[in-house]
Design a protein around this ligand. Sequence first.
Ligand SMILES: O=C(O)CCc1c2[nH]c(c1CC(=O)O)Cc1[nH]c(c(CC(=O)O)c1CCC(=O)O)Cc1[nH]c(c(CC(=O)O)c1CCC(=O)O)Cc1[nH]c(c(CCC(=O)O)c1CC(=O)O)C2
Length: 361
Amino acid sequence: MTNSAPVSTRRDLADAPLLVAARGGKPRHTPVWFMRQAGRSLPEYRQVREGTPMLQACLTPELVSEITMQPVRRHGVDAAILFSDIVLPLYAAGVGLDIVAGTGPVVSNPISGPSDVEALPSLDAEQVAPVAEAVGLLVKELGSTPLIGFAGAPFTLASYLVEGGPSRNHERTKALMHSDPKTWHALLEKLADTTLEFLRVQLNAGVDAIQLFDSWAGALSLRDYREFVLPHSRRIFEGVAEISDVPRIHFGVGTGELLGAMRNAGPDVVGVDWRVPLDTAVARLGAAEPGAAKPVVQGNLDPAVLFAGWDAVEREVHRILEEGREAGGHIFNLGHGVLPTTDPEILTRVVELVHTATAQR
Ligand SMILES: O=C(O)CCc1c2[nH]c(c1CC(=O)O)Cc1[nH]c(c(CC(=O)O)c1CCC(=O)O)Cc1[nH]c(c(CC(=O)O)c1CCC(=O)O)Cc1[nH]c(c(CCC(=O)O)c1CC(=O)O)C2
């Protein structure tokens, strides 16, 4: 774990709509970006990635920079998100895994007990130096567009490591959690250390915000989330706050019942999937002490609606913007990542619609 003092390489983007909204201010328009905006939906992505395996691409600075820039140039989004993956730090640390196209992350030797947790390698900043180099290239190229760094949260990473790959029911993960809490917490502590170190590298290189993805936390009951996951996610947000004052976003899928608990982990912004209307999410998040600032939310267009024709898209975007007015701040996004066969033209039109519908409010 490097404890180098944060290098102030961040740009002064004080009036960038993403950063203004994230702090509960009034941006010149509602900011919009899309999870998975850099990826398979873009022909230029498929072209530039030809022949380079996913994880190797994530460790090639010039490729990371080019791929991250593609949706910014094409769509005019209000943020870039670093082209990376949630399993990259595990791969860089030496965990035997690969990303199999059409499947996702696949782990060679799944974790099943205390000796496997003991053997899990920790991450050294040097192992992800190419990511820091990519951030350095991007902060020069992005001008006034903020760059969002990201990492996977401990529960989602643990699920891939224990299940050995994507899982519908996470049965091995939950079995370990309930049968051997000591080993479970030891695993999540190591994963939180790795995540925090990976975020530290991105922050010291100059990212302007971070997002912690707990994509699969929605598989948990509120009781289990609070007992087995929340303390570890909270440690990450507290750790990030000690490194930098950038806005911290927390997102998961199927998390309608967990939103209040996710806010207790300490993020500045909570991402909401498409199942919960934003005004309902604000009510569930807003259970903080009376007089506290209203929560800032991100989301939450159903990615599948982008296949329903422009009239449906336009109707849904206006509905979501209306619901977002209930929050202390709203960053428009999808409720999960862009689906690979999405028409990129539609995403560009959504950016234009959000900007014109909310300009100079
Ligand atoms: O085949 C390729 O070209 C690589 C596909 C690809 C991956 N990461 C990627 C991309 C670019 C893209 O999304 O098109 C690139 C990727 N992975 C991620 C992000 C961050 C974001 O969503 O904006 C991004 C996009 C970053 C950016 O836009 O710059 C993070 C990620 N990887 C992963 C997850 C968890 C999950 O969704 O399972 C998550 C959390 C995000 C989410 O919930 O959508 C794990 C993962 N990585 C990957 C896959 C897809 C496997 C497949 O279906 O081929 C999967 C599993 C899955 O998505 O179901 C590989």
